[in-house]
Design a protein around this ligand. Structure first.
Ligand code: ARG
Length: 285
């Protein structure tokens, strides 16, 4: 048994990143015209041109990191469709569709599912389902190793967690969210690699916090300052972690742990309550 104490310093072996395949949706029709989370203020509708430039930079960043990026066509009248993470959850080549909580986003579920149906062969998709319960894709359903972490409290119904477990034949760990600013699991927790996460403790109910502490005793804990710039809305390939540049504390913590932070500015998208992860749906086939 190792006598080495657990420390927060970089491991001696470099972390290994792996090539990922992401689906994104250009924010052509992006605006803030309704409010379904506390970040959204229709009186400050956001600048679509600026949002597009920030989003283009995110896409370029993924390509420069060597990842593959596929695109789905944006639909006029669906301003939140840029948040591709909510469109589905794709694991082991199986697509678990999205059924949105609010009418404003309802049509996105079918649009994303149709894209996966059209591209199934090319993507290696073997199975698709539209769940019966409310579920907002990877916003609430995060993959870590052979498990799923599943948020509930604001958007996704706990009934969808059971549907997901049956569909994927994987363990699904339910986590209860309690702070309306962190309404999707991916705003409060980010998966760093196949066995560790970063999270904001105050976003979780006490029992869920116990679960997180037990599963991830070495987790990176985010400060208030990093959480409120949506610093946890990050995309990791196991080594490189793309995250909001405003999350300076988290950038330092990740560096100490041997990850390579890749800061990006998505401040215009944050006016709708989204960051890098929200704009990114991982296709795991
Ligand atoms: N305005 C969108 C909503 O409230 C933002 C979605 C952000 N996506 C995410 N994966 N957290 O639904």
């Amino acid at each position: 048994m190792s006598t080495q104490a657990r420390t927060n310093v970089a491991p001696s072996a470099p972390r290994i990143g792996s090539r990922r395949h992401y689906l994104m949706c250009r924010p052509t029709y992006f605006t803030v015209e309704y409010a379904i989370n506390p970040w959204m203020h229709p009186e400050d509708p956001a600048d679509a041109g600026k949002a597009i430039a920030q989003w283009e930079n995110l896409r370029r960043t993924y390509l420069e990191l060597g990842h593959e990026v596929s695109l789905i066509d944006p639909v006029d009248g669906l301003p939140d469709m840029v948040f591709a993470a909510n469109g589905a959850t794709v694991v082991d080549g199986k697509v678990f569709g999205a059924r949105f909580r609010y009418a404003e986003r309802a049509a996105e579920g079918e649009a994303y599912l149709a894209w996966f149906k059209e591209n199934a062969d090319k993507l290696g998709v073997t199975d698709l389902v539209m769940p019966t319960a409310t579920v907002e894709g990877e916003g609430d359903l995060l993959t870590i190793g052979d498990k799923m972490l599943a948020g509930t409290g604001f958007r996704t119904d706990v009934a969808a967690h059971a549907e997901l477990a049956a569909f994927l034949d994987r363990e699904v760990v339910t986590l209860h969210l309690v702070d309306p600013r962190f309404y999707h699991l991916d705003t409060a927790l980010s998966v760093l690699d196949s066995d560790n996460v970063a999270y904001y403790p105050k976003a979780f109910a006490p029992q869920s916090l116990d679960v997180l502490r037990r599963l991830f005793p070495d987790a990176v804990l985010a400060s208030d300052d990093d959480a409120v710039v949506l610093g946890l809305n990050a995309v990791s390939d196991g080594r490189r972690v793309v995250l909001p540049e405003q999350a300076t504390g988290l950038i330092g913590q990740l560096t100490e742990r041997g990850y390579e932070p890749v800061p990006v500015d998505l401040s215009e998208l944050r006016k709708a309550g989204g960051g890098p992860k929200c704009c990114t749906l991982e296709i795991r086939s």
